[in-house]
Design a protein around this ligand. Structure first.
Ligand SMILES: Nc1nc2c([nH]c(=O)n2[C@@H]2O[C@H](COP(=O)(O)OP(=O)(O)OP(=O)(O)O)[C@@H](O)[C@H]2O)c(=O)[nH]1
Ligand SMILES: [Mg+2]
Length: 137
């Protein structure tokens, strides 16, 4: 809990998943969720007692049925949505096992770093897109 605002800060594991051809995996958020209909980097909330690696591994197994083999830190982004604050703990997933599929029925897209600007992301994601383009663009 953020003691200044009293608003809960949600710690989110965000995965920039790199395919073997250098493209990046995006997933479409279901319409009924927060920021629904926008494209996101797969991931989800870090649970109590979990490390970021454990959370990323669990979320990407649940959402995409892949196994995280290697990840490295990219950027930390804090954003206030008004109704909630998010801490997007963003890592590049540089190696994974299996073939990604949208386990929850979500659409997936493999996108080059330079094409990321064609996609509509949640409001917090702009610094992530810039960081990805700086590193891989
Ligand atoms: N996964 C993900 N979440 C993001 C991104 N950008 C962003 O603002 N978020 C926000 O982070 C929060 C948590 O993400 P989530 O909804 O994926 O959490 P989750 O998988 O644990 O789902 P759940 O709510 O069903 O437990 C949401 O409010 C979401 O809008 C992003 O690129 N990827
Ligand atoms: Mg999620």
């Amino acid at each position: 809990m953020d003691s200044l605002s009293g608003k809960k800060c949600v710690h989110v594991a965000v995965g920039v998943i790199l395919g073997s051809d250098g493209r990046i995996l995006l997933a479409k958020r279901p319409d009924h969720l927060h920021m629904g209909g926008r494209w996101e980097f797969p991931g989800g909330k870090v649970e109590e007692g979990e490390s970021i690696q454990q959370a990323m591994t669990r979320e990407l197994r649940e959402e995409l049925d892949i196994g995280v083999l290697a990840m490295e830190k990219l950027i930390e982004v804090r954003h206030d949505y008004g109704e909630k604050q998010v801490f997007l703990d963003t890592w590049c997933v540089t190696a994974f096992s299996g073939k990604a599929r949208g386990v929850e029925g979500q659409a997936l897209a493999w996108v080059t770093a330079s094409d990321l600007t064609d996609y509509e992301f949640p409001d917090a994601n702009q610094p992530i897109v810039v960081a990805v383009q700086n590193r891989f663009g």
